[in-house]
Structures are given as C-alpha cells and as structure tokens.
Design a protein around this ligand. Sequence first.
Ligand SMILES: [Zn+2]
Length: 265
Amino acid sequence: MDNCCTEYQIRIPLHLMAQRTIADRRGSISVTKRSPKSARPRKAAMFQRHAWDNGYESAVSEITEIGREFYSRGWVLGTSGNFSTVLHREPLWLAITSTGSDKGHLNPPQILEIDETASVFRGEGRPSAETSLHFAIVRGRAAGAVLHTHSVWSTVLSEQRASEGGVSIEGYEMLKGLDGVSSHQHREWLPIVENSQDVEELAQQISNTLKENPKVHGFLLRAHGLYTWGATIAEAKRHVEILEFLMETLVRTGSTVARPRRVGL
Ligand SMILES: [Zn+2]
C-alpha cells in the first residue's frame, strides 16, 4: 500500500538486474521500487548509491591531466596509449580511455565507465582496444590503476633487447621511485612480451608473464610500448615517469648494446 511504503530510486547495471523496466542511453536502468519502511531497503538503496558514486568524476579529471602531461612529453602521440583506474573492485569496474582518443586533449566523455564485460555505462565510444590487458593487470597485480605509453625509448629498447626477453636495470638512483625499492642497487627486470594484434591471446600471455615475474613493476610490448601500474593512479603515474626516465637513460647512454653497469653483485 502506498501509505506504508517508501519510494526510492536506485540505479543497477544491466548484468546485475533481476527486474528490468526502462533502460537509459548509458546502459543502466532506473527502477522505482516500493517497499515497507524498514532499514533493509534503505541499506540496499545506500549501497547502490554508493556503488554508483564510485569516483568516476575524479577519475576523469586525473586521467585527463595525465593525458595532457604524457602527451607533452611525447609518450602518447597520435592517439596512442591508454589509461585506466579501478572504480570498484567486486564487481570490477574501470574508468578507461576510449579507443582512438587524443590523449593530449581528452574530453570527459572519452573516459568511459565500464564493467568487467567491458560494457559501457558512462561516456561515449568504445573502450580502448587493449582493455583486456588492463583487466589482466588489475587482476594479476590487484592494481588500482594501469597506464600505457608509446614512447620512442620504450619502442627502441623493447626491439633491441627482445632476444634477451627483457631489460635489466640497476645502479640508478631513480630506481628508488618504484614502489618498495629503497636502494639504487636494486635490479629491476622489465620483461618484453612479443606484440600481437590478438588482444585476448596477448592478455593471456601477460597474465602468464606477471605470474612468472611477481616482483616486476611493468613490462614492455615489443616495438610497441610500456605498461605499468600502481596501487593508485598517482603511483602508476610515478612509475611511468621513473621507467621512462630509466629507458631514455639506457638508450641515450648506449646501454641498449651494453648492459648498464652492475653493482653490489
Ligand atoms: Zn598500445
């Protein structure tokens, strides 16, 4: 009866829906429910509202700013690269750049809110072509954000060191910018994964690589670019800056043909 009921609105992703009414253009559904005045429906409504208010707006501004900075450094030219941050862990939701977007001039709709099936709930366009790689890294590392660049340095280094299966970096003070590293004597291994246009196969390859190399902070796709991650998007951004610095140093000093000096071995 209406006089004993509380009316409230909740928004539920399609894949979680038990009851469907009106689908809006973003692929979510507005449902009007009537239920007795009790704590239970209020709690349910609060949970749904919390799940919906998941940091998407701040993710948009952080990703936009990172795109601008990385573009100015020449790391994501020509619509290359892609970025994501975790909005909700279980079920897994990401904010991720749309495919083909200019990372130096991202508009808010080009940062999409997607669920674990890559269905789009906010934003316009399709998710990055490499979305499966982001999922593989988030799941494999419990990462909070994943950033991918296409710099000259990562492209050169990943091609020249491909036969070695990775790049060993040690002796540099900047290594201390990587999470958990406290000495320049740390040896960082940057695996190189063969590039492929079969993204699902590539995602599986990356999952395997992460299992085989549990301590790495990133990896290279051959003649393609760098992937790194962090517990937060700020940490992932720092990792990009550190690894790009180190790769540029190796290339500029000719360390692509001679290994960087070894210390403390
Ligand atoms: Zn790429």
